[in-house]
Design a protein around this ligand. Structure first.
Ligand SMILES: Cc1ncc(COP(=O)(O)O)c(C=O)c1O
Length: 448
């Protein structure tokens, strides 16, 4: 594998880009993308299992998306929706109110990133309810603006040196059945994690001062943790009983990722609002909050205007992306390839000493690596080494929360490509177990 040109560019990059802006993985400089295959500037090809951190669900160079972008660019690139109107934005908003869960009147507020949409959700929730407290979850990653970071509780590394954060944010345990904080076995508990919220309501957090619960329907960066259905139902009921808005944070799990349009649909719940980003723009910067009309009309302008939000090029790209996901058979394909991958990985788990857990819905699959299955001690070095070996063998794979392999390819990945990638993961795990991946790779691949 020749990577001379990549190395040169990475060296240039390291002299001018802030280290706060990149998580070190591999020296891969992207030249082009075709389907699920990424090509680097040295001509090496990789099967992409990362899909630009879940932001190119229909691929990073989808022909239909490219066409809609070019058509719009040929007309004009931007005029701010803060003052004038643009048709792609209205087209998109109409689509969003239709595809998001809930048959009630809704409105949309656009932004540029998942982070700002999370901030917006806090603003709308506070304005509508007249209450200030927000419930979020340990393990959550909501972004890097001050509001979204205040609700994030995944690693102190991202919060160090930055406080004080937004007041009124309370983070509770997310139900992680593989690593239950309360020592319970999956399916044999009394939802002790949920009970912590009730304890808080009884002791220090007046429930009538809580504006919203903001929750990822599958906790992404924490390691693709899937909450039990009964937890989500009870949490939803708790919100309803206490007049608290239930907001689904769909930045990572939305737009077909879980084999349904939105992650929350896996739980048959209708949220008051959804927070959208990443793949919505088909790879271009775009975010939105879509919620009940009365919530979304509760703020006065300019409380949530960004000069370059709802850019017509991004909105055209988003409309095209939604049309592709709406095509017959698209979500069925996501489920089929996802089930195929999960079966493969579950079989691998049975024969492999370091795979502690395989979990996922659709094409959002996590493979948790441990030192052994009894202690469940996180195998962070192993995960990094395996990701690096996968890169050397032609697969882009990263880990979440230290030790969870993140399998989130573009949703258009073929079954053959997925099989090839899984075989490479398997052989990379074998290389690791045989001690064939040198420690030196850890100088390059570092993760969070
Ligand atoms: C669940 C979730 N919410 C919010 C964000 C932040 O989105 P952005 O990076 O577009 O600001 C991310 C990014 O990884 C995410 O995974």
């Amino acid at each position: 594998m020749k990577i001379d040109k990549c190395i040169k560019e990475v060296e240039r990059d390291s002299r001018v880009i802030s280290r706060a802006c990149r998580i070190p993985y591999f020296p891969l400089v992207v030249e082009s993308i075709k389907g699920s295959i990424v090509k680097d500037i040295d001509g090496n090809e990789y099967i992409d299992l990362l899909s630009s951190a879940g932001s190119i669900n229909v691929g990073g160079a989808n022909e239909k998306v490219k066409k809609s972008i070019i058509e719009q660019v040929n007309k004009y690139v931007h005029y701010t929706p803060g003052y004038l109107y643009n048709k792609p934005m209205i087209d998109l908003a109409e689509k969003l109110v239709k595809i998001t869960p809930g048959e009630f009147p809704k409105r949309v507020a656009f932004g540029l990133s998942g982070s700002d949409a999370n901030d917006g959700a806090v603003k709308f929730a506070r304005a509508y309810t007249g209450k200030s407290s927000i419930i979020s979850f340990i393990g959550a990653y909501h972004g890097v603006t001050y509001g979204s970071m205040s609700m994030s509780a995944i690693t102190t590394k991202m919060k160090r040196k930055l406080g004080p954060f937004l007041p009124g944010i309370y983070s509770f345990s997310y139900p992680n059945c593989y690593r239950c904080n309360y020592g319970k076995k999956e399916g044999c508990c009394n939802l002790e994690c949920l009970n912590q919220i009730q304890i808080a309501f009884d002791s220090y957090l007046p429930s009538d001062e809580v504006a919203a619960v903001i929750i990822e329907p599958i906790q992404g960066d924490a390691g693709l943790i899937i909450p039990p259905k009964r937890y989500m139902k009870k949490l939803y009921e708790l919100c309803a009983e206490n007049g608290i808005l239930f907001i689904s944070e769909e930045v990572q799990q939305g737009f077909g990722r879980t084999g349904k349009w939105f992650g929350i649909e896996n739980f048959d719940l209708i949220p008051d609002a959804v927070i959208l980003g990443k793949s919505m723009g088909g790879g271009l910067p775009l975010s939105a909050i879509v919620g009940r009309e009365e919530i979304m009309q509760s703020l006065d302008p300019p409380a949530h205007i960004f000069t370059t939000a709802a850019n017509p090029v991004c909105c055209s790209s988003a409309v095209s992306t939604i049309n592709i996901i709406s095509e017959d058979g698209f979500l069925k394909h996501v489920n089929e390839v996802g089930n195929f991958a999960k079966n493969y990985l579950n079989n691998l788990k049975d024969e492999c000493s370091i795979i502690g857990d395989v979990r996922g819905v659709g094409l959002s699959i996590g493979v948790e690596l441990v030192k052994d299955k009894i202690s469940k001690e996180k195998n962070i070095k192993g995960a990094l080494k395996i990701c690096y070996r996968c890169y050397e063998k032609g697969v882009i794979l990263i880990c979440l929360n230290g030790n969870v392999l993140r399998i989130q390819p573009p949703l258009i990945i073929t079954k053959d490509e997925m099989f090839k990638a899984l075989e490479i993961i398997k052989s990379s795990i074998e290389d690791y177990l045989q001690g064939n991946i040198p420690d030196e790779v850890l100088n390059t691949i570092k993760g969070w």
